[in-house]
Design a protein around this ligand. Sequence first.
Ligand code: PLP
Length: 399
Amino acid sequence: MSERQSLLGTRAAELDAADDLGKLRERFTLPDGVVYLDGNSLGALPAGVPGRVADVVAREWGELLIRSWDESGWWTAPERIGDRIAPLLGAAPGQVVVGDSTSVNLFKAVVGAARLAAPGRGELLVDATTFPTDGYIAQSAARMTGLRVVPVEPAAVPGALGPDTAAVLLNHVDYRTGRLHDLPAITAAARAAGAVTVWDLCHSAGALPVGLDAHGVDLAVGCTYKYLNGGPGSPAYLYIAARHQADFDSPLPGWNSHAEPFAMSPGFVPADGAVRGRVGTPDILSMLALEAALEAWDGVRIEDVRAKSLALTDFFLECVEAYLPAGRVELVTPRAHAERGSQISLRTDDAAAVMRELVARGVVGDFRHPDVLRFGFTPLYVGFADAERAARTLGHVYG
Ligand SMILES: *Cc1c(COP(=O)(O)O)cnc(C)c1O
């Protein structure tokens, strides 16, 4: 080991000792000996979740039965938990509702955006490198609403906006490259052009400040099983800015979106507020697991999470450069902080095999087709020693 390399181990220990968020790791249950850098795909298990889920099943369901819809607060869970997530998104209460998958919420949001847009506008701008589900749903929503999908690089959106732009669907952070797009500037440009914005926050919520209200975003969606640690398949959320709520016309009006669901009336009257983004009976077990998971955020400022995330990814890059032979991997994620999410993506030959080998050695990241190694840094439970060990192990794989 070179002197530079042993210094990195010492630095990691010093950085962890000085890290105020380091103690939050106790709020999670993680297997011993594993460096978990896949929390951008499936967040770790918050320590309070198993007990809470057991209570929901045994007492709220087993004993209280149907009474729990009211007495255990099941019925209002979608908007209550939405309000719990809202501060992490920079949203005032009453604008976020939890339920369904991100894919389904994308459908509601994109069709809803098309219906909010000024009549006669024909274009739906969509992130050219978007996550597949966003692209598929945008295509279908466009067919249904008579819009044309125009693929565009997010950075080029301001130049692509025009009098024919109805709506814009973008990812805040690119899932493959980890590039962070300029939400404030793009949203401002879209607003100035009279277009409705829909942001997908799957890879930013819980990792960095989003500022939905401050930046005038119209609609947003995101999942809760990544940086929010809600558990496999936990329900997603939909943000409907207060100024649009009266006009938001959901393409999936269910009885849960009705102003008086228990009136059981044949005519649809949408509920006021974000509640109209609900559809059918919520998935209570996953929903309440998510609510318990969000306790891991008690007292945590998202600005501090962002600062640690950048420090972690900077340090990981420094270690990668020290431990790997030059030229073995190519950095895909931007170095500039303003353009970086909370992951590092490295391009390499044999990425699938390299990741398998890393996982076998206790460093869990993931592989994205065709040649990307992805390492997600979740500041609530990943530390600097983890970053150092991950890079050192990667170095060993390249032997
Ligand atoms: C993870 C992710 C999704 C997932 O959608 P599901 O409906 O939960 O499967 C969608 N969009 C983006 C950008 C994602 O990163």
